[in-house]
Design a protein. Structure first.
Length: 168
């Protein structure tokens, strides 16, 4: 899709997309931000792939891209709430510097994005090991898979962490 075609898509459907997003978010400014992000994602994708995108149903396409961004937004909100709840449980007198808080929040977002790209079974194995502290044998029994398969899934998850430079 050329920039001209994207501009036309924006002109013809931006107002509709903002309304569609507002119905899901209930906030005009957030809907406007995600509408912009939707068009930016399309532009970035087109420039990266160089493919011409011909849209027979542009609103369906925009809604699909927008829905993914809405899901990302709510997932980030959930992570942010969990992070703030964790900070509230810290002992009195213990505080993190703004830089440490930023680093921790960024690490959580990186980890969340990395986990989202994993196959569900790999993600489950990783979370059972890292968050629940289960042994590989316990995970294998719980999921009804072999311990060797658990090790393979953990290797996949750790490789994703390394390739995405996620530090704990």
């Amino acid at each position: 899709m050329s920039d001209d075609r994207l501009g036309l898509l924006y002109t013809e459907h931006n107002r509709w997309l903002k309304g569609w997003l507002y119905q899901r978010l209930g906030c005009n400014s957030q809907a406007a931000d995600l509408a912009q992000d939707t068009f930016l994602r399309i532009l970035t994708s087109q420039r990266k792939t160089g493919e011409k995108l011909i849209l027979e149903r542009p609103r369906a396409y925009l809604a699909t891209v927008g829905q993914r961004l809405v899901c990302d937004y709510f997932r980030r909100q959930s992570l942010e709430r969990a992070y703030l709840e964790m900070l509230a449980t810290l002992p009195e007198g213990f505080s993190l510097s703004p830089e440490e808080q930023w680093h921790m929040r960024e690490t959580l977002l990186q980890l969340d994005a990395m986990l989202d790209r994993l196959k569900p079974v790999v993600r489950t194995v990783f979370l059972l090991a890292q968050l629940d502290g289960l042994t590989y044998l316990q995970i294998a029994r719980e999921l009804g898979i072999g311990e060797r398969t658990v090790k393979r899934h953990m290797a996949t998850a750790f490789e994703a962490c390394i390739l995405n430079d996620v530090t704990f």
